[in-house]
Design a protein around this ligand. Sequence first.
Ligand code: FES
Length: 127
Amino acid sequence: MYSDKVIDHFQNPRNVGDLPDCNGIGKVGNQACGDMMEVYIKVEEGRLADIKYKTFGCGAAVASGSMGTEMAKGMTIEEAMKITNRQVAKALDGLPPEKMHCSNLAADGIRTAIEDYFSKQKIGKGE
Ligand code: FES
């Protein structure tokens, strides 16, 4: 049912935990199931220098957070904004159709964290 990559990222999730010096946080909920994910990013010179996540979600959400953050790490903000749930699922060699919604948490979490970063920059500049 699950690919080897999903199982690997579920059993050995990358980038789990807090990022105390983050400058963007994305908190998202999944309308389909009510599960949640938080993504923390540290932006340096327009790139995601570091990224972590935590989720109260299922195994597919854990694997999606792990893969999504691995994909986003080192990307420019513009590149990371374009990560879609389908790309995350594809990188995991697919998710079962009934689990595709779980990958939304990762893509939406990354995007929301970047939006939070932008809003903090504006506040910092007094706009
Ligand atoms: Fe809720 Fe997977 S069932 S994130």
